[in-house]
Design a protein around this ligand. Structure first.
Ligand SMILES: N[C@@H](CCC(=O)N[C@@H](CS)C(=O)NCC(=O)O)C(=O)O
Length: 285
C-alpha cells in the first residue's frame, strides 16, 4: 500500500542492539505503518532498530485520517497505528508486534527471556503497562497537544469523526471539543503515578539497570514511550523520589536504537513548539 504521502524509503539501521557488532540480520520484507509521535509506534520502531532490521516506513497523518482509509483498515481494522506487514501479512497491536519481531528474529539482541516463568513475568508487566499507564498518558497528551485539531469542528463533524473510529470512539467522545475535565485528568495522573511506582518497584527488585535485570527487554520498551512522553510534557517530577527511573531513562536513551526511534518530530514538544512555552510557564499539566 503506497497511498500515504509521507511514505519513507528503506530506513537506515545501525544494528543498534545491545550485543555490539555481529552478523547483520537477514533481509526481510517488512513494512511499518506508523506515526512519529504515536507512543505505540515508538515501541515498534525501537524494537526493529534494536534488532538491526531494515523496514519500509509509512508515516500516517492521524489528523488527516490516514488510519481510517479503507486501504489501511484492510491492514488494521482497528484504525490505529502501528501495523507491521511482513511478507504481505499484517501483524497488529504494538505489544503483539514486539513479540512477533522477537519470534521471527530471536537473535541477535534477544529482548525476551527464555525461561517460561520469566516470560510470563515479562508479559504480566506488559499487561499492567497496557492497562494502567499507557491509556492514562493519552489524557494529558490530548488535552495539551491534540485538542486544537478538533476545536474548529462543528458538533456534527466531531460526532461523525467519533463514529468513524473503530477503537477510540468513546475515548474521543469523553474528551469532547473542550478537553477532558479535571476529574478525568486527575484520574489519569493517578494512574500514571501508579505506573511510575510499579516501575520503581520492578527496578528495585531486579537491581537494574533494566526492569528484569541486566538485559534490556520488551517490558522496558513497552514502558519507554510513557516515560519519555511524561518527561516531554513536564511530568518527570512524578519520579523525583525514584532516582532509579531517571537512571533507567538515561540508559535507554543511550541505546543507539533510541535516536533512530525518536527522530526529530517524534516528541510532542518538537511537533508543537508552543508547548515548550506553556511548560516553562508551568501551565501544561
Ligand atoms: N493497542 C493498540 C493501540 C494503538 C493506538 O491507540 N494507536 C494510536 C496512536 S498511539 C492511534 O493510532 N490513534 C489514532 C486514532 O485514535 O484515530 C496498540 O498498542 O497498537
Amino acid at each position: 500500500m503506497s497511498a500515504f504521502s509521507k511514505t519513507q524509503g528503506e530506513t537506515a539501521n545501525l544494528g543498534a542492539g545491545q550485543s555490539g557488532t555481529q552478523t547483520p540480520p537477514p533481509a526481510m520484507d517488512l513494512a511499518l505503518y506508523n506515526a512519529p509521535q504515536s507512543t505505540c509506534s515508538q515501541r515498534v520502531r525501537f524494537v526493529l532498530h534494536a534488532k538491526g532490521l531494515g523496514f519500509q516506513e509509512h508515516r500516517l497523518d492521524l489528523f488527516k485520517g490516514d488510519q481510517l482509509r479503507p486501504e489501511y483498515l484492510a491492514i488494521n481494522p482497528n484504525g490505529v497505528v502501528p501495523s507491521l506487514v511482513h511478507d504481505g501479512a499484517p501483524v497488529i497491536d504494538s505489544a503483539v508486534i514486539m513479540e512477533y519481531v522477537e519470534d521471527i528474529l530471536p537473535s541477535p539482541s534477544p529482548l525476551r527471556p527464555t525461561d517460561p516463568r520469566q516470560i510470563a513475568r515479562m508479559r504480566a508487566m506488559i499487561r499492567f503497562i497496557d492497562e494502567v499507564p499507557t491509556p492514562a498518558i493519552r489524557v494529558p497528551s490530548y488535552n495539551l497537544a491534540f485538542l486544537p485539531h478538533f476545536q474548529s469542528m462543528s458538533d456534527e463533524e466531531f460526532q461523525a469523526l467519533c463514529d468513524s473510529k473503530p477503537l477510540r470512539r468513546e475515548f474521543l467522545m469523553k474528551m469532547g471539543r473542550t478537553g477532558f475535565p479535571k476529574e478525568e485528568m486527575d484520574e489519569a495522573l493517578s494512574r500514571l503515578q501508579r505506573g511510575v511506582d510499579r516501575m520503581a518497584g520492578w527496578l528495585a527488585e531486579s537491581g537494574g539497570p533494566w526492569l528484569m535485570g541486566d538485559q534490556l527487554g520488551l517490558a522496558d520498551i513497552a514502558i519507554m514511550p510513557v516515560i519519555v512522553r511524561m518527561q516531554d510534557i513536564g511530568l518527570s517530577h512524578m519520579w523525583r523520589d525514584a532516582p532509579q527511573i531517571a537512571d533507567w531513562l538515561s540508559a535507554i536513551q543511550a541505546n543507539p536504537a533510541y535516536a533512530l526511534t525518536y527522530y526529530h518530530g517524534s516528541l510532542l514538544t518538537e511537533k508543537y513548539p508552543h508547548l515548550q512555552a506553556r511548560l516553562r510557564a508551568g501551565t501544561a499539566a
